[in-house]
Design a protein around this ligand. Structure first.
Ligand code: S3P
Length: 438
């Protein structure tokens, strides 16, 4: 464990460029590994989660090489030609690697064992086991459909038409990736839209993928199997989920003004910006453009007096990873912020509803936990008291970074028990923070 106390700070000033988007980075390596020829990726997130994906694709036959900072090449084996891995695939802390790779393996004639750390081994995999079993794959999972598990792929797999029982881009993507090597048409029906990076990138690699809206407004996504993917050149935009920590920090620390460059603003991801603006946050989009087929802008963020709001549950999927840091903003806003519809947060790297309720209360915030959210009464801009003891982060990077931001806006500082998990998604978080407070 590496504990650290995050101390109160003066204004944050300067410009930063956050690392590449985690979701897009995973997908660029996976699809590159399935194309025949060389895919070139720049701006790749070199976090532990993405490195787990890279190692797994190597173990299944792809050549994945780092050629410079954030610059990687992937020489793929072709759809249908993944090799049997010789050792268990170690997914570390990464749910995205696990669920998406389960999809890939499910329609290949190979058997793979998936293992992970203490956090990942508590997370539910039944949500992908169910549809992939319908496609013909077989599983030997640990109790409750958890890791470690052994997956035997089906050859050929059977195409399915599957309605997602929860809003999950990982489950959607697992099925679409399984569909790549399944004869016929595999369809996923998504009643509530989630991040669409898989759809965008599959199309970019030349897959035959269509998206329609049915009479009930659900998205119907179909992919034609036994696809041939063409290698691509991909520029990964900056991760809005990483930017969110600095957006909130700049909003809550008086006198701050920070320019965050190259932030991905795909509408299925950018909910945090909208909600913080509803709370009164000054977030200006500068130089809007397109990077790697995704909308991107630089964000100019200035300290603002935030007000509590009722967060519309319809926006949850577009900011599902940003609630821990939104809770910190709410704890420092004026009035009450109410969040509902967050049940999926309980099955992330930790139970983010209950872990953040405990953490914020320990730092002096007024928080009430409900079944599906938190109700937070803010300080009206006054700093939080800070912690005496140590916050338990439960191997969850976003808890550690969120409580780091809380520490910056406190009187006594906030101590977290372990900053190591930050490296799963944002290895340079602490360095960037030091640059802005110097
Ligand atoms: C992700 C989807 C989301 C998100 C995760 C990344 C993805 O998970 O929380 O960090 O890349 O598809 P769910 O699909 O479980 O909501």
């Amino acid at each position: 464990m590496r504990p650290r106390r995050f101390l109160p700070t003066g204004p944050l000033k300067g410009r930063i460029r956050v690392p590449g988007d985690k979701s897009i980075s995973h997908r660029s390596i996976m699809l590159g590994a399935l194309a025949v020829g060389e895919t070139k990726v720049t701006g790749l997130l070199e976090g532990e989660d993405v490195l787990s994906t890279a190692a797994a694709m190597r173990a299944m036959g792809a050549t994945v090489t780092r050629t410079g900072e954030g610059a990687w090449t992937v020489n793929g084996v072709g759809v249908g030609a993944l090799l049997q891995p010789e050792a268990p695939l170690d997914m570390g802390n990464s749910g995205t690697s696990t669920r998406l790779l389960m999809g890939l393996v499910a329609s290949h004639p190979i058997t793979a064992t998936f293992i992970g750390d203490g956090s990942l081994s508590k997370r539910p995999m039944g949500r992908v086991i169910d549809p992939l079993s319908e496609m013909g794959a077989s599983f030997e999972a640990s109790e409750g459909g958890r890791l470690p598990l052994i997956l035997k792929g089906a050859s050929p797999a059977v195409p399915i038409r599957y309605r997602l029982p929860m809003a999950s881009a990982q489950v959607k993507s697992a099925i679409l990736l399984a569909g790549l090597n399944t004869p016929g048409i595999t369809t996923v029906i998504e009643p509530v839209p989630t991040r669409d990076h898989s759809e965008r990138m599959l199309r970019g690699f030349g897959a035959d993928l269509t998206v329609e809206t049915d009479a009930d407004g659900a998205r119907v996504i179909s992919i034609r199997g036994e696809a041939e993917l063409e290698p691509q050149t991909i520029e990964v935009p900056g991760d809005p989920s990483s930017a969110a920590f600095f957006i909130v920090a700049a909003l809550v620390i008086p006198g701050s003004e920070v320019l965050i460059e190259n932030v991905g603003l795909n509408p299925t991801r950018a909910g945090i910006v909208e909600v913080l603006r509803q709370m009164g946050g000054s977030i200006e989009e500068v130089n809007p453009r397109e990077v790697g087929g995704e909308p991107v802008a630089d964000l100019l963020v200035r300290h603002s007096a935030l007000k509590g709001i009722d967060v519309d549950p319809a926006i949850v999927p577009a900011m599902v990873d940003e609630f821990p840091v939104l809770f910190v903003a709410a704890a420092l806003a004026e009035g009450v912020t109410t969040t509902t519809g967050l049940e999926e947060l309980r099955v992330k790297e930790s139970d983010r509803i209950s872990v953040m309720a405990t953490a914020l209360a320990a730092a002096g915030a007024t928080v009430r936990e409900t079944e599906d959210g938190l109700i937070i009464t803010g300080t009206g801009g006054e700093p939080l008291v800070g912690t005496n003891g140590t916050i338990a982060t439960h191997l969850d990077h976003r808890i550690a970074m969120s409580m780091a931001v809380a520490g910056l806006a406190s009187r006594a500082g906030v101590e977290v028990d372990d900053v190591r998990p930050i490296a799963t998604s944002f290895p340079v978080f602490e360095t960037m923070l030091e640059g802005l407070t110097a």
